[in-house]
Write a protein that binds this ligand. Structure first.
Ligand SMILES: Nc1ncnc2c1ncn2[C@@H]1O[C@H](COP(=O)(O)OP(=O)(O)OP(=O)(O)O)[C@@H](O)[C@H]1O
Length: 564
């Protein structure tokens, strides 16, 4: 994390911080001659002036330290946000589990801010509290050597006790952080799932995930408080013992009575920074967790390539003995091989959970295969720079993600520099123009969070328009027309087929009409391609696909029989 900060700014900050600690220690040590003077040694005015100058200079330096701390904090915030965003855009999607997504959200929304302010409010006083007593101890060696030795010995003892206290709460602190995060996620889920919960007649939180998460959070708070108590007691005792030893050493020092009183005052002030550190320790613990989370995200694997350029003469998609499982020991894609050439459409058909969507996700390199290779236009997907691979693919997946922006901007996401006419042509092809005509603000209509103000079919059309606007050589469609009515579906399919001789299309298909038009059908069952061929060939084979087809035909009351 420190490597993200400009070295010169860091050196300036640390230099000022050291100067501040030296001045603090000197001001405190000047109490010795000042108090001695007040109690009878003479020279009160001079030492009062020395003390006043040290306090004033210390105040000025502290002011500069705060400025340097804030400027480092803001630089860290800036650099960190950029790095985290960059990392997030290149992380394999499979790495972003629900937990890690929540961590990433926290890291982006609050960690930067937390780290930024922590430098000035937490790191500065903590370093000051570490340096000042050590410097006072060294100074005391010159004034009263035995007291200096006791003070220097007290530094590691008090710090060790503090460390032990922090260590005691560390495990419960981590489990409290996890429980709080779980509770926060469940509460958000509770708000988002209100429609489903009310429809299911579920009210209250007893026995629900959110109820359990809140109970877990309460238990974690109790554990945290409980584990904090021994550390506090131990630190309190050690501080008292240290203070007593210092006071005894001050009284026994070879000094006058007035000087002994002055030394006792210095000794009392010597212990104060440790109390400050003890007060800061929960926040320091918290900061430790935040830094750990950010570091995990910054160390996440990223997708990289070696600059492969697509070869349009090669097959558009080629899978060779691909195996993949979301979790180790569970195979979702089991030795799949097939080829899709440009100018052809391949339909993937199969029962729910067979692995159809997973296959498309592997082609888009949202996950890395466990073995075998996925090739796109002549190269393994791992050889492409991620952005270059994405340029080859137009993607319409089941879950359409729309941004809280205008309809036009949502479509333009497919090709950010496209002219308005191109956006409108793609929208017309996706039957979206009819939706635009109906909306009060037309193209400028805001679609709401995740496209909440549009229907499922309308969202799907936005996604199709995006993919068409991109004019990529390969289209990956996952139930792309499932939410459209028959008339719209026919029009959209015509648009998708319009670039037919240029494009390769791989479509997860449920509609019989889509399957019937495909040049090649892959029947996927249990992660394996069990049958592959044209509709006629598969129906003639009378295997799993033929059974699936007949069943769908009966359910739909459909009359097309491709084999006849
Ligand atoms: N992100 C994930 N993490 C773990 N398992 C997953 C994940 N996504 C899918 N699966 C599992 O992988 C298997 C295949 O899922 P996939 O979505 O590819 O099937 P599908 O054939 O597209 O199904 P459907 O037709 O119902 O959409 C299923 O058992 C599913 O539960």
């Amino acid at each position: 994390m420190i490597s993200l900060i400009d070295r010169r700014a860091l050196a300036r900050y640390l230099g000022l911080l050291t100067a501040s600690a030296v001045i603090r220690a000197a001001a405190l040590l000047s109490l010795f001659p000042l108090l001695s003077a007040i109690f009878g040694d003479g020279g009160t005015l001079t030492w009062t002036a020395v003390f006043a100058v040290l306090v004033a200079v210390g105040w000025l330096v502290d002011h500069r330290v705060a400025g340097a701390g804030f400027s480092i904090g803001f630089e860290l915030l800036n650099v960190l946000e950029g790095r985290l965003l960059d990392r997030l855009q290149r992380i394999p999607l499979g790495w972003l589990t629900t937990d890690r997504r929540a961590e990433a959200r926290r890291a982006l929304t609050s960690a930067g801010r937390e780290l930024c302010s922590s430098i000035a409010w937490l790191v500065t006083p903590a370093i000051n509290a570490l340096l000042t007593p050590a410097l006072i101890g060294l100074g005391l060696l010159l004034i009263a050597p035995r007291l200096g030795l006791v003070a220097l010995a007290a530094v590691p003892l008090l710090l060790g006790t503090l460390w032990a206290g922090m260590r005691c709460v560390r495990a419960s602190d981590a489990s409290y952080a996890a429980a709080s995060q779980e509770a926060a996620e469940r509460v958000i889920e509770l708000a988002q799932a209100q429609a489903a919960l009310r429809a299911a007649g579920r009210a209250g939180t007893d026995g629900t995930a959110v109820g359990r998460a809140l109970a877990g959070q309460r238990a974690a708070v109790l554990r945290l408080v409980g584990w904090g108590v021994p550390g506090q007691i131990l630190f309190g005792l050690t501080a008292q013992v240290a203070l007593l030893a210092l006071a005894v050493a001050a009284v026994l020092a070879d000094v006058t009575g007035a000087q002994a009183v002055a030394l006792v005052v210095v000794a009392v002030r010597f212990v104060e920074p440790f109390t400050t550190l003890a007060e800061l320790s929960p926040a320091l613990q918290n900061l430790r967790g935040t830094v750990g989370r950010v570091r995990e995200l910054l160390a996440a694997p990223v997708l990289a390539g070696n600059g492969a350029a697509p070869d349009l003469a090669e097959p558009a998609i080629e899978l060779r003995d691909v195996r993949f499982g979301y979790e180790s020991g569970r195979t979702t894609v089991d030795g799949v091989s097939f080829t899709v050439r440009r100018g052809t459409t391949t339909a993937i058909v199969g029962p729910s959970g067979a692995g159809k969507s997973t296959l498309l996700a592997l082609i888009a390199r949202f996950h890395e295969t466990d073995s075998g290779s996925v090739r796109v236009l002549g190269h393994d997907v791992r050889d492409y720079d991620p952005a270059d691979l994405m340029r080859q693919l137009g993607i319409v997946f089941q879950n359409v993600y729309l941004f809280e922006a205008s309809l036009r901007d949502n479509v333009r996401l497919g090709a950010p520099h496209a002219a308005d006419e191109q956006v409108e042509a793609a929208a017309a092809a996706a039957q979206l123009d009819e939706v635009v005509g109906r909306l009060p603000d037309g193209w400028d209509t805001r679609v709401g969070e995740r496209g909440a103000t549009l229907s499922g079919g309308e969202r799907q059309r936005v996604s199709i328009a995006r993919a068409l606007l991109k004019q990529a050589p390969i289209l990956l469609l996952d139930e792309a027309t499932a939410a459209l009515d028959n008339a719209n579906e026919r029009a959209v399919v015509r648009a998708l087929e319009a670039g037919g001789h240029e494009r390769a299309t791989l479509i997860v298909a449920h509609r019989l009409s889509t399957i019937a038009r495909a040049d090649q059908i892959l029947f996927l069952d249990g992660g394996k391609v069990t049958e592959a061929g044209t509709l006629d060939e598969l129906l003639a084979a009378g295997g799993g696909f033929a059974a699936y087809w007949r069943q769908r035909e009966q359910a739909a009351g459909w009359t097309l029989t491709g084999a006849s």
